[in-house]
Design a protein around this ligand. Structure first.
Ligand SMILES: Nc1ncnc2c1ncn2[C@@H]1O[C@H](COP(=O)(O)OP(=O)(O)OP(=O)(O)O)[C@@H](O)[C@H]1O
Ligand SMILES: [Mg+2]
Length: 124
């Protein structure tokens, strides 16, 4: 089974998270700039002209498609690297993925997901 991890993290944590993922052998990924809020609904800032509300805060979304059995290890790695302990550290969503096709070779599934030296290649 193939899964997608969608991790929404603080912008300043990207390098820490990328380095930690590389260490465990996660290679392929996407990064998107997103704006959003969690359960606090944004933040209130005190400025010279009074207080104002920032509703949608900038965050980075990391998408990783990977094998089922690597999901827990990857979640823990992201949590450790992305955490400050404060509200707004982000969230992680997990989705099922139907199929993966590498365009160059036509490989599908696990073959299309494995890179030389990555987390799956190290195990096999
Ligand atoms: N339910 C959700 N669906 C989609 N995106 C979300 C959801 N909750 C949070 N996000 C995204 O994650 C970012 C960070 O959320 P945040 O860390 O504040 O979550 P939280 O649930 O409020 O946790 P905390 O209490 O630690 O702040 C948000 O800015 C938003 O981009
Ligand atoms: Mg929050």
């Amino acid at each position: 089974m193939t899964k997608k991890i969608e991790a929404i993290i603080r912008e300043e944590k990207l390098n820490d998270v990328k380095d930690a993922l590389r260490e465990i052998g996660i290679i392929g990924m996407n990064v998107y700039e997103v704006r959003g809020h969690g359960r606090q609904g944004g933040i209130t800032l005190a400025g010279r002209i009074g207080t104002y509300q920032i509703d949608m805060l900038p965050r980075l979304q990391l998408n990783i498609i990977l094998s089922d059995h690597n999901v827990e290890k990857t979640i823990e790695t992201i949590r450790r690297a992305a955490s400050t302990g404060r509200q707004g550290d982000g969230v992680i969503f997990i989705y099922p993925v139907d199929e993966v096709i590498r365009i160059r070779t036509g490989e599908r599934g696990k073959e299309a997901l494995t890179y030389e030296g990555d987390i799956d290649d190290r195990q096999s």
